[in-house]
Design a protein around this ligand. Sequence first.
Ligand code: FEO
Length: 416
Amino acid sequence: MKAIKLDENIYWVGANIHTEDLFEGIWPIPHGVALNSYVVKGEKIALVELVKEWGNASQTLIRRLRSINLKLSDIDYLILNHLEPDHTGFTHLLKSINPDIEIVATEKGTALVDAFYGIKENVRAVKTGDTLDLGNGFVFKFVEIPNVHWPETMATYEMKSKILFSSDAFGSFGVHKGSIFEDETPQAYLPYWENEMLRYYANIVAMFSPMVLKAIDSLAGVDIKMIAPSHGLVWRGKPEVVINKYIRYANYNRDHAEPEICLIWGSMYGNTEVMVNAILKGIASEGVPVTVHRVPNEDVSFILADAYKSAGLVIGCPTYEYEMFPPMKYCLDLFKKKHLWYKKVLFFGSYGWSGGAQKDFDELSKSMKWDMLEPLTFRGHPTDEQFEKGVKLGTELAREVKKIPSKIKNEEYGMK
Ligand code: FEO
Protein backbone atom coordinates (compact mmCIF):
# COMPACT_ATOMS: atom_id res chain seq x y z
CA MET A 1 0.00 0.00 0.00
CA LYS A 2 1.90 3.00 -1.26
CA ALA A 3 1.67 6.76 -1.15
CA ILE A 4 0.94 8.31 -4.56
CA LYS A 5 3.04 11.22 -5.70
CA LEU A 6 1.29 14.47 -6.70
CA ASP A 7 4.48 16.51 -7.01
CA GLU A 8 7.99 16.58 -5.54
CA ASN A 9 7.57 15.73 -1.81
CA ILE A 10 3.76 15.90 -1.99
CA TYR A 11 1.79 12.65 -1.74
CA TRP A 12 -1.73 11.27 -1.50
CA VAL A 13 -2.03 8.98 1.54
CA GLY A 14 -5.81 8.57 1.61
CA ALA A 15 -8.12 5.57 1.49
CA ASN A 16 -10.87 4.29 -0.76
CA ILE A 17 -13.55 2.72 1.36
CA HIS A 18 -16.59 0.54 0.73
CA THR A 19 -19.12 0.37 3.51
CA GLU A 20 -22.71 -0.51 4.24
CA ASP A 21 -22.82 2.62 6.42
CA LEU A 22 -24.70 5.61 5.11
CA PHE A 23 -22.66 8.76 4.48
CA GLU A 24 -23.62 11.33 7.15
CA GLY A 25 -25.98 8.59 8.40
CA ILE A 26 -28.37 9.40 5.51
CA TRP A 27 -26.89 8.87 2.04
CA PRO A 28 -26.13 5.47 0.50
CA ILE A 29 -22.68 5.11 -1.05
CA PRO A 30 -22.95 1.94 -3.15
CA HIS A 31 -19.81 2.94 -5.04
CA GLY A 32 -17.91 3.80 -1.84
CA VAL A 33 -16.09 7.04 -1.17
CA ALA A 34 -12.49 8.25 -1.23
CA LEU A 35 -11.20 9.86 1.95
CA ASN A 36 -8.33 11.90 0.56
CA SER A 37 -5.43 12.84 2.77
CA TYR A 38 -2.16 14.42 1.67
CA VAL A 39 1.38 14.77 2.98
CA VAL A 40 3.70 17.68 2.25
CA LYS A 41 7.33 17.05 3.20
CA GLY A 42 9.29 20.23 3.80
CA GLU A 43 11.78 20.55 6.65
CA LYS A 44 8.59 20.18 8.65
CA ILE A 45 6.02 17.61 7.67
CA ALA A 46 2.34 18.36 7.30
CA LEU A 47 -0.67 16.16 6.84
CA VAL A 48 -3.53 17.93 5.05
CA GLU A 49 -6.92 16.38 5.85
CA LEU A 50 -7.23 13.14 7.75
CA VAL A 51 -9.52 10.11 7.66
CA LYS A 52 -11.95 8.57 10.09
CA GLU A 53 -11.69 4.98 11.23
CA TRP A 54 -13.97 3.69 8.54
CA GLY A 55 -13.36 0.69 6.28
CA ASN A 56 -9.78 0.33 7.49
CA ALA A 57 -8.95 3.89 6.42
CA SER A 58 -6.66 4.68 9.34
CA GLN A 59 -4.55 1.54 8.81
CA THR A 60 -4.38 2.36 5.10
CA LEU A 61 -3.16 5.87 5.88
CA ILE A 62 -0.48 4.53 8.24
CA ARG A 63 0.72 2.01 5.63
CA ARG A 64 0.88 4.64 2.91
CA LEU A 65 2.90 6.92 5.20
CA ARG A 66 5.25 4.02 5.92
CA SER A 67 5.88 3.62 2.18
CA ILE A 68 7.53 7.05 2.21
CA ASN A 69 9.36 6.35 5.46
CA LEU A 70 7.03 8.31 7.67
CA LYS A 71 5.33 7.43 10.93
CA LEU A 72 2.43 9.24 12.58
CA SER A 73 4.90 10.51 15.16
CA ASP A 74 6.91 12.25 12.40
CA ILE A 75 4.06 14.61 11.48
CA ASP A 76 4.59 18.20 12.67
CA TYR A 77 1.35 19.78 11.48
CA LEU A 78 -2.16 18.49 10.94
CA ILE A 79 -4.06 20.87 8.66
CA LEU A 80 -7.80 20.42 9.15
CA ASN A 81 -9.53 22.37 6.41
CA HIS A 82 -12.94 21.17 7.57
CA LEU A 83 -13.93 19.51 10.81
CA GLU A 84 -16.64 17.11 9.64
CA PRO A 85 -15.61 13.77 11.15
CA ASP A 86 -15.24 11.95 7.80
CA HIS A 87 -11.99 13.99 7.57
CA THR A 88 -11.10 14.30 11.23
CA GLY A 89 -12.35 11.17 13.02
CA PHE A 90 -8.81 9.84 13.49
CA THR A 91 -7.63 13.10 15.16
CA HIS A 92 -8.10 11.90 18.71
CA LEU A 93 -5.98 8.78 18.20
CA LEU A 94 -3.37 10.64 16.14
CA LYS A 95 -2.97 13.16 18.96
CA SER A 96 -2.58 10.31 21.48
CA ILE A 97 0.18 8.79 19.36
CA ASN A 98 1.81 12.13 18.54
CA PRO A 99 1.07 14.59 21.39
CA ASP A 100 3.41 17.24 19.92
CA ILE A 101 1.56 17.55 16.64
CA GLU A 102 0.22 21.06 16.00
CA ILE A 103 -3.33 21.22 14.65
CA VAL A 104 -4.12 24.08 12.25
CA ALA A 105 -7.69 25.17 11.49
CA THR A 106 -9.75 28.34 11.24
CA GLU A 107 -10.86 29.94 14.49
CA LYS A 108 -14.27 28.28 14.17
CA GLY A 109 -12.48 25.04 13.32
CA THR A 110 -10.41 25.15 16.51
CA ALA A 111 -13.63 25.32 18.55
CA LEU A 112 -14.75 22.09 16.89
CA VAL A 113 -11.35 20.44 17.50
CA ASP A 114 -12.17 20.95 21.17
CA ALA A 115 -15.87 20.04 20.85
CA PHE A 116 -15.32 16.82 18.91
CA TYR A 117 -11.99 15.62 20.32
CA GLY A 118 -11.40 17.54 23.55
CA ILE A 119 -8.11 18.96 22.22
CA LYS A 120 -7.16 22.48 23.34
CA GLU A 121 -3.38 22.40 23.44
CA ASN A 122 -1.17 23.04 20.43
CA VAL A 123 -4.02 24.21 18.23
CA ARG A 124 -3.40 27.15 15.91
CA ALA A 125 -6.19 29.33 14.47
CA VAL A 126 -5.53 30.79 11.02
CA LYS A 127 -7.45 33.15 8.76
CA THR A 128 -7.44 34.11 5.09
CA GLY A 129 -4.01 35.28 4.01
CA ASP A 130 -2.11 33.61 6.86
CA THR A 131 0.82 31.44 5.84
CA LEU A 132 2.71 28.50 7.29
CA ASP A 133 6.30 27.90 6.15
CA LEU A 134 7.32 24.22 6.16
CA GLY A 135 10.85 24.90 4.89
CA ASN A 136 12.44 23.67 1.64
CA GLY A 137 10.32 26.23 -0.22
CA PHE A 138 6.94 24.82 0.82
CA VAL A 139 4.58 27.49 2.12
CA PHE A 140 0.88 27.06 2.83
CA LYS A 141 -1.49 29.98 2.33
CA PHE A 142 -4.94 29.65 3.86
CA VAL A 143 -8.21 30.87 2.36
CA GLU A 144 -11.42 30.70 4.36
CA ILE A 145 -14.31 29.31 2.30
CA PRO A 146 -17.11 29.33 4.89
CA ASN A 147 -20.03 26.96 4.38
CA VAL A 148 -18.36 24.87 1.72
CA HIS A 149 -19.45 22.79 3.46
CA TRP A 150 -19.55 23.92 7.14
CA PRO A 151 -18.96 27.41 8.58
CA GLU A 152 -15.36 26.64 9.65
CA THR A 153 -14.14 25.44 6.24
CA MET A 154 -10.96 26.71 4.60
CA ALA A 155 -8.83 25.73 1.61
CA THR A 156 -5.05 25.39 1.81
CA TYR A 157 -2.89 26.52 -1.12
CA GLU A 158 0.70 25.31 -1.35
CA MET A 159 2.56 28.13 -3.09
CA LYS A 160 5.55 26.26 -4.55
CA SER A 161 3.62 23.43 -6.22
CA LYS A 162 0.50 25.60 -6.82
CA ILE A 163 -1.67 22.80 -5.47
CA LEU A 164 -4.99 23.77 -3.90
CA PHE A 165 -6.17 21.44 -1.15
CA SER A 166 -9.81 22.39 -1.49
CA SER A 167 -11.57 20.38 1.23
CA ASP A 168 -15.12 19.27 0.26
CA ALA A 169 -15.22 21.78 -2.62
CA PHE A 170 -14.86 19.98 -5.97
CA GLY A 171 -15.40 16.61 -4.25
CA SER A 172 -17.44 13.58 -5.17
CA PHE A 173 -18.81 10.29 -3.93
CA GLY A 174 -17.23 7.16 -5.42
CA VAL A 175 -13.89 5.39 -5.07
CA HIS A 176 -10.98 5.79 -7.43
CA LYS A 177 -10.85 3.23 -10.20
CA GLY A 178 -7.21 2.56 -10.91
CA SER A 179 -6.00 6.16 -10.60
CA ILE A 180 -6.57 9.07 -8.27
CA PHE A 181 -5.96 11.54 -11.13
CA GLU A 182 -8.63 12.78 -13.54
CA ASP A 183 -6.11 12.95 -16.42
CA GLU A 184 -5.41 9.21 -16.07
CA THR A 185 -9.09 8.30 -15.89
CA PRO A 186 -10.38 6.56 -19.04
CA GLN A 187 -13.21 8.28 -20.93
CA ALA A 188 -15.39 5.24 -20.21
CA TYR A 189 -15.33 6.07 -16.48
CA LEU A 190 -16.43 9.68 -16.89
CA PRO A 191 -20.20 8.97 -16.63
CA TYR A 192 -19.51 7.21 -13.32
CA TRP A 193 -17.71 10.28 -11.99
CA GLU A 194 -20.33 12.68 -13.41
CA ASN A 195 -23.08 10.78 -11.57
CA GLU A 196 -21.20 10.48 -8.31
CA MET A 197 -20.10 14.12 -8.38
CA LEU A 198 -23.60 15.44 -9.09
CA ARG A 199 -25.14 13.22 -6.42
CA TYR A 200 -22.52 14.36 -3.91
CA TYR A 201 -23.22 17.99 -4.79
CA ALA A 202 -27.02 17.61 -4.63
CA ASN A 203 -26.91 15.67 -1.35
CA ILE A 204 -24.16 17.51 0.52
CA VAL A 205 -23.38 20.90 -1.01
CA ALA A 206 -26.50 22.16 -2.86
CA MET A 207 -27.87 24.25 -0.02
CA PHE A 208 -24.59 26.17 0.11
CA SER A 209 -24.44 27.06 -3.58
CA PRO A 210 -24.12 30.86 -3.06
CA MET A 211 -21.11 30.19 -0.82
CA VAL A 212 -19.63 27.87 -3.47
CA LEU A 213 -19.76 30.70 -6.02
CA LYS A 214 -18.33 33.12 -3.45
CA ALA A 215 -15.48 30.70 -2.70
CA ILE A 216 -14.74 30.30 -6.41
CA ASP A 217 -14.69 34.08 -6.76
CA SER A 218 -12.25 34.35 -3.86
CA LEU A 219 -9.93 31.87 -5.63
CA ALA A 220 -10.21 33.59 -9.03
CA GLY A 221 -6.79 35.28 -8.86
CA VAL A 222 -4.96 32.19 -7.60
CA ASP A 223 -2.69 30.34 -10.05
CA ILE A 224 -3.91 26.77 -9.53
CA LYS A 225 -1.96 23.94 -11.11
CA MET A 226 -3.78 21.10 -9.39
CA ILE A 227 -6.93 20.73 -7.25
CA ALA A 228 -6.74 18.12 -4.51
CA PRO A 229 -10.15 17.81 -2.83
CA SER A 230 -10.98 15.76 0.24
CA HIS A 231 -13.14 13.33 -1.78
CA GLY A 232 -13.03 12.10 -5.38
CA LEU A 233 -10.50 12.71 -8.13
CA VAL A 234 -7.38 14.87 -7.99
CA TRP A 235 -7.66 17.35 -10.88
CA ARG A 236 -4.17 17.49 -12.33
CA GLY A 237 -4.71 17.98 -16.07
CA LYS A 238 -7.28 20.75 -16.33
CA PRO A 239 -8.41 21.94 -12.91
CA GLU A 240 -10.70 24.49 -14.57
CA VAL A 241 -12.93 21.62 -15.73
CA VAL A 242 -14.04 20.79 -12.20
CA ILE A 243 -14.31 24.47 -11.26
CA ASN A 244 -16.68 25.05 -14.18
CA LYS A 245 -18.61 21.91 -13.28
CA TYR A 246 -19.16 23.25 -9.77
CA ILE A 247 -20.21 26.65 -11.16
CA ARG A 248 -22.81 24.86 -13.26
CA TYR A 249 -24.06 22.81 -10.29
CA ALA A 250 -24.24 25.92 -8.11
CA ASN A 251 -26.48 27.55 -10.70
CA TYR A 252 -28.96 24.70 -10.86
CA ASN A 253 -30.89 26.21 -7.96
CA ARG A 254 -30.54 29.73 -9.41
CA ASP A 255 -32.86 29.25 -12.39
CA HIS A 256 -30.22 27.72 -14.67
CA ALA A 257 -30.99 24.02 -14.48
CA GLU A 258 -30.77 21.62 -17.41
CA PRO A 259 -33.73 21.51 -19.83
CA GLU A 260 -34.82 18.13 -18.50
CA ILE A 261 -37.68 16.78 -16.40
CA CYS A 262 -37.61 14.60 -13.31
CA LEU A 263 -40.86 12.73 -12.62
CA ILE A 264 -41.28 11.35 -9.12
CA TRP A 265 -44.28 9.28 -8.21
CA GLY A 266 -45.70 7.14 -5.42
CA SER A 267 -48.90 5.13 -5.51
CA MET A 268 -50.88 3.10 -2.98
CA TYR A 269 -53.24 1.10 -5.23
CA GLY A 270 -52.22 2.05 -8.78
CA ASN A 271 -54.61 4.96 -9.42
CA THR A 272 -51.87 7.60 -9.30
CA GLU A 273 -49.52 5.21 -11.10
CA VAL A 274 -51.70 4.89 -14.21
CA MET A 275 -51.45 8.63 -14.86
CA VAL A 276 -47.62 8.45 -15.06
CA ASN A 277 -47.66 7.14 -18.63
CA ALA A 278 -50.11 9.78 -19.84
CA ILE A 279 -47.81 12.53 -18.59
CA LEU A 280 -44.73 10.77 -20.01
CA LYS A 281 -46.50 10.57 -23.36
CA GLY A 282 -46.93 14.34 -23.36
CA ILE A 283 -43.29 14.92 -22.37
CA ALA A 284 -42.08 12.49 -25.04
CA SER A 285 -44.03 14.36 -27.72
CA GLU A 286 -41.68 17.30 -27.12
CA GLY A 287 -38.53 15.16 -26.96
CA VAL A 288 -37.45 16.47 -23.55
CA PRO A 289 -35.17 14.11 -21.56
CA VAL A 290 -36.89 12.69 -18.50
CA THR A 291 -35.86 10.64 -15.47
CA VAL A 292 -38.48 8.70 -13.51
CA HIS A 293 -38.29 7.67 -9.86
CA ARG A 294 -40.70 5.91 -7.55
CA VAL A 295 -40.98 6.55 -3.81
CA PRO A 296 -40.39 4.92 -1.42
CA ASN A 297 -38.79 2.25 -3.62
CA GLU A 298 -35.80 4.38 -4.60
CA ASP A 299 -33.56 6.16 -2.15
CA VAL A 300 -34.08 9.89 -2.12
CA SER A 301 -30.32 10.45 -2.50
CA PHE A 302 -30.56 9.41 -6.18
CA ILE A 303 -33.85 11.26 -6.73
CA LEU A 304 -32.29 14.46 -5.38
CA ALA A 305 -29.50 14.34 -7.97
CA ASP A 306 -31.88 14.08 -10.94
CA ALA A 307 -34.38 16.55 -9.52
CA TYR A 308 -31.63 19.06 -8.68
CA LYS A 309 -30.28 19.24 -12.22
CA SER A 310 -33.71 19.30 -13.92
CA ALA A 311 -35.61 22.48 -14.77
CA GLY A 312 -38.94 20.63 -14.66
CA LEU A 313 -40.46 18.45 -11.95
CA VAL A 314 -43.53 16.24 -11.98
CA ILE A 315 -44.81 15.14 -8.59
CA GLY A 316 -47.32 12.27 -8.62
CA CYS A 317 -48.67 11.82 -5.11
CA PRO A 318 -51.85 10.28 -3.69
CA THR A 319 -53.61 11.50 -0.59
CA TYR A 320 -52.78 9.52 2.54
CA GLU A 321 -54.76 10.32 5.69
CA TYR A 322 -55.67 13.86 4.49
CA GLU A 323 -52.09 14.70 3.56
CA MET A 324 -49.38 13.78 1.05
CA PHE A 325 -48.21 10.17 0.76
CA PRO A 326 -45.56 10.19 3.56
CA PRO A 327 -42.55 9.01 1.47
CA MET A 328 -43.24 11.82 -1.02
CA LYS A 329 -43.47 14.29 1.83
CA TYR A 330 -40.05 13.18 3.09
CA CYS A 331 -38.66 13.54 -0.42
CA LEU A 332 -40.08 17.05 -0.84
CA ASP A 333 -38.93 18.06 2.63
CA LEU A 334 -35.39 17.27 1.46
CA PHE A 335 -35.98 19.21 -1.78
CA LYS A 336 -36.89 22.17 0.38
CA LYS A 337 -33.90 21.71 2.65
CA LYS A 338 -31.52 21.43 -0.32
CA HIS A 339 -33.01 24.52 -2.02
CA LEU A 340 -34.34 22.93 -5.19
CA TRP A 341 -35.70 26.28 -6.27
CA TYR A 342 -36.97 27.79 -9.53
CA LYS A 343 -38.51 24.71 -11.10
CA LYS A 344 -41.47 24.39 -13.45
CA VAL A 345 -43.71 21.96 -11.56
CA LEU A 346 -46.71 19.77 -12.32
CA PHE A 347 -48.55 18.08 -9.44
CA PHE A 348 -50.96 15.20 -9.90
CA GLY A 349 -52.51 12.45 -7.81
CA SER A 350 -55.50 10.39 -6.81
CA TYR A 351 -57.63 10.62 -3.66
CA GLY A 352 -60.45 8.52 -2.27
CA TRP A 353 -62.58 10.74 -0.01
CA SER A 354 -61.72 14.24 1.01
CA GLY A 355 -58.32 14.64 -0.68
CA GLY A 356 -55.68 16.76 1.04
CA ALA A 357 -52.38 15.87 -0.69
CA GLN A 358 -52.52 18.92 -2.92
CA LYS A 359 -53.25 21.30 -0.03
CA ASP A 360 -50.34 19.78 1.85
CA PHE A 361 -48.14 20.08 -1.25
CA ASP A 362 -49.12 23.73 -1.79
CA GLU A 363 -48.19 24.52 1.79
CA LEU A 364 -44.86 22.68 1.66
CA SER A 365 -43.82 24.19 -1.69
CA LYS A 366 -44.86 27.78 -0.86
CA SER A 367 -41.34 29.07 -0.36
CA MET A 368 -39.70 27.12 -3.21
CA LYS A 369 -40.01 29.77 -5.96
CA TRP A 370 -41.70 27.12 -8.13
CA ASP A 371 -43.71 27.99 -11.21
CA MET A 372 -46.76 25.68 -11.01
CA LEU A 373 -48.85 24.33 -13.82
CA GLU A 374 -52.52 23.65 -13.20
CA PRO A 375 -52.63 20.61 -10.86
CA LEU A 376 -54.37 17.40 -11.92
CA THR A 377 -56.12 15.60 -9.08
CA PHE A 378 -58.82 12.98 -9.49
CA ARG A 379 -61.04 10.80 -7.31
CA GLY A 380 -60.12 7.13 -7.61
CA HIS A 381 -59.13 5.97 -11.09
CA PRO A 382 -58.67 8.73 -13.72
CA THR A 383 -61.29 9.06 -16.46
CA ASP A 384 -60.46 9.13 -20.18
CA GLU A 385 -60.83 12.93 -20.11
CA GLN A 386 -58.39 13.11 -17.21
CA PHE A 387 -55.89 10.92 -19.09
CA GLU A 388 -56.12 13.33 -22.03
CA LYS A 389 -55.57 16.22 -19.64
CA GLY A 390 -52.47 14.41 -18.31
CA VAL A 391 -51.02 14.15 -21.82
CA LYS A 392 -51.72 17.84 -22.42
CA LEU A 393 -50.12 18.90 -19.14
CA GLY A 394 -47.04 16.75 -19.83
CA THR A 395 -46.71 18.45 -23.21
CA GLU A 396 -47.19 21.89 -21.69
CA LEU A 397 -44.53 21.28 -19.04
CA ALA A 398 -42.06 20.00 -21.64
CA ARG A 399 -42.63 23.12 -23.76
CA GLU A 400 -42.01 25.37 -20.75
CA VAL A 401 -38.82 23.50 -19.90
CA LYS A 402 -37.53 23.81 -23.47
CA LYS A 403 -37.70 27.59 -23.19
CA ILE A 404 -35.19 27.68 -20.33
CA PRO A 405 -31.73 28.92 -21.29
CA SER A 406 -29.55 26.35 -19.54
CA LYS A 407 -26.11 27.51 -20.50
CA ILE A 408 -24.61 29.93 -18.04
CA LYS A 409 -21.56 31.97 -18.75
CA ASN A 410 -18.71 30.77 -16.55
CA GLU A 411 -16.80 34.00 -17.08
CA GLU A 412 -19.53 35.75 -15.04
CA TYR A 413 -17.81 34.20 -12.04
CA GLY A 414 -14.28 35.32 -12.78
CA MET A 415 -13.14 31.97 -14.19
CA LYS A 416 -10.96 31.71 -17.26
FE1 FEO B 1 -16.44 15.38 3.54
FE2 FEO B 1 -18.31 17.97 4.83
O1 FEO B 1 -17.17 16.47 4.91
